[in-house]
Design a protein around this ligand. Structure first.
Ligand code: ATR
Length: 271
């Protein structure tokens, strides 16, 4: 029998997850299909219970459901710390995970970038920042979170400090912070289509030992990454975070390592 998987969210029409997972299932010859479902926060509990009752293999959650899910599923400690769930597994009750930070970790590791012991500067303090900050702190990086609204950075850093080293601050000393960093990660919306000229930093603020990772992937090569290349820094594009968070979810549900290149191709075809 065909096993159904899905992503719940609202809006959901433009999600790349169905293309990505269906391509992986096809490649592996697995009798599984993955669909997008428009679900509001009020209906999340019913939708999850229904999916479990109908024998779904697992679901992903996206905006605006990731936080709401914490009230419904048994979240693992990492998802609990992050305060958001993006993957639900039904094998043993209803268990929630957050694979977004792992997605970022693998995106950097595949480029040969070491996270343990490195100074990581994360700009922004929203959902993506939370996931990456908790994951990287757990993996032994020294985290600085810099955000336009300083209080949000300080509050997030206080939470992250429970699992590792983290401090929070505003954007005033960004140049100095970048000079002191090994890895710079943009977790703001600056540079995203249609305002593609936006960037948190310019080439003159960067150094050649720096790795710059932009979680914005529309456009794929953001102004920040162009500036990073000018500075001789290593530039890492954001679409692999999407691919790897999906790959980690796929592994949780099926126990199988999915074909990364096939998933990447399916995501890039949408651009
Ligand atoms: P996500 O969930 O994708 O991380 P988000 O929660 O909307 O997105 O967070 C957006 C982040 O981008 C925030 O940290 C925001 O800063 P504030 O907390 O001060 O709002 C940051 N951001 C958005 N526009 C920005 C800009 N023009 N300059 C600097 N930071 C910006």
């Amino acid at each position: 029998m065909n096993t159904v998987f899905g992503v719940f969210g609202d809006p959901i029409a433009h999600s790349k997850s169905p293309d990505m997972h269906n391509a992986a299932f096809r490649e592996l010859g697995m009798n599984c299909t993955y669909h997008a479902f428009r679900v509001s926060p009020e209906n999340l509990k019913d939708a999850l219970l229904g999916a479990k009752a109908m024998g779904f293999g697992g679901v992903n959650l996206t905006v605006p459901l990731k936080q709401e899910a914490l009230k419904i599923v048994d979240a693992d400690p990492l998802a609990e710390g992050i305060g958001a769930v993006n993957t639900v597994d039904f094998k043993d009750g209803m268990v929630g995970y957050n694979t977004d930070g792992l997605g970022a970790k693998r995106s950097l590791e595949e480029k040969g970038v070491k996270i343990k012991g490195s100074n990581v500067l994360i700009v922004g303090a929203g959902g993506a920042s939370r996931a990456i900050a908790f994951q990287f702190a757990k993996d032994g990086a020294d985290i600085t979170i810099a955000n336009r609204t300083e209080e949000k950075a300080i509050e997030l850093a206080a939470g992250v400090s429970k699992v590792g080293n983290a401090k929070g601050c505003g954007l005033e000393n960004l140049k100095q912070l970048i000079a002191d960093s090994d890895i710079l990660i943009n977790c703001t919306t600056l540079g995203m289509h249609p305002k593609t000229e936006g960037t948190i930093a310019r080439a003159e603020d960067m150094h050649s030992e720096l790795t710059v990772f932009d979680i914005v992937y529309n456009p794929l090569e953001t102004t920040l990454l162009k500036e990073a290349k000018k500075a001789g820094a290593k530039a890492v594009t954001g679409e692999m975070m999407l691919v790897y968070q999906g790959a980690e979810a796929f592994k949780i549900w099926t126990g199988v390592e999915p074909p990364i290149e096939v998933m990447k191709k399916a995501v890039l075809e949408g651009f």
